[in-house]
Design a protein around this ligand. Structure first.
Ligand code: GRF
Length: 189
């Protein structure tokens, strides 16, 4: 199988980035992670870029020069898929339109429930019995693009935000890899 090139956008710990890199190196993965973009130099996830020797750039995409550099790097690397993984900035319309249906995101809830931040606290406060994660396409509304794949995680009575986060993130790692396999099965991708 000829793999397509993917780029991962991060802002934080980068545990999804690490899982994406690892899964991309398995035989059945349709992608190669060629490029990493971070919104901040403080992102711990940049360590994974270094460990796995993947080129990375720290870019503020609100800055026109940085945005132009980002477009250039995406083009140079022939990127077919952009995976947001804990990317804490809102992409501009211009960006989303240019990469229409080529940007995906992972969110720690069963969308359309609990869009936005602070999902674990809100889920626990609402006494939900089940939550999970969702991989979806990115459009111009936050956490609202077409859903590609969801996975449920059951909530225990004594769950805290921390314990729940650990289980949901574990589910995220598998779900993101599966979702990527799924989208490349689509004929037009
Ligand atoms: C993940 O839980 C993801 O769902 C959300 O941000 C978190 C990022 O974690 N969008 P990490 O940086 O991948 O560890």
């Amino acid at each position: 199988m000829v793999k397509k090139n993917a780029c991962v956008f991060i802002s934080g710990a980068g545990t999804n980035l690490k899982a994406l890199i690892k899964s991309s190196r398995e035989y059945n993965s349709p992608v190669n992670i060629k490029l990493i973009i971070s919104s901040t130099k403080k992102a711990k996830g940049l360590n994974f870029a270094k460990i796995y020797k993947i080129p990375y750039y720290i870019l503020n995409l609100n800055n026109q020069l940085n945005l132009a550099l980002c477009f250039k790097k995406l083009k140079e690397n022939n990127i077919s898929l952009i995976c947001l993984a804990g990317y804490m900035r809102i992409l501009k319309k211009k960006f989303i339109n240019k990469y229409n249906n080529k940007i995906i995101n992972i969110h720690p809830s069963l969308l359309p429930k609990y869009k936005g931040l602070d999902t674990f606290r809100r889920v626990l406060r609402s006494k939900e019995k089940v939550t999970g994660c969702t991989v979806h396409y990115v459009n111009n509304k936050i956490d609202s693009g077409q859903i590609i794949l969801k996975k449920k995680v059951y909530i225990n009575k004594n769950d805290t935000e921390t314990s729940l986060k650990i289980r949901v993130q574990k589910a995220e790692y598998k779900t993101y890899a599966e979702a990527i396999i799924r989208i490349f099965r689509q004929v037009n991708f």
